[in-house]
Design a protein around this ligand. Sequence first.
Ligand SMILES: [Zn+2]
Length: 114
Amino acid sequence: MSQKNYIWDFFEKSTSDLSKAKCNKCHKLYSLGSSEPKRQTIHGLKLHLSKFHGEENRQYLKRQEKDAEKEEQKLEAKLKRRNQKFQSQQAVLIAAVVANLYKPQFSKWNKQGP
Ligand SMILES: [Zn+2]
């Protein structure tokens, strides 16, 4: 699952140095730790926002929070669906087990019949 990171509303990746990102507000370059996308971290960018751009940081946190809420709701709905499916599967299983448990008795009763 790839989630958009709202940090990129406030920074843009440097084209001259792939290991750095530029702050949209003060135009300073900040390190992403690596030029390889897989190894990059936005930790320094978050820190920069929280330290120097209070309003932007609030916006950023708000957007992230909203997204997290949406994700949570999605997850809850998914869990609910899975639970319902599981419960119906369980009911079938229980019915099968019960039927199996009473099977020998049924046949015994049948034999003892008149
Ligand atoms: Zn800045």
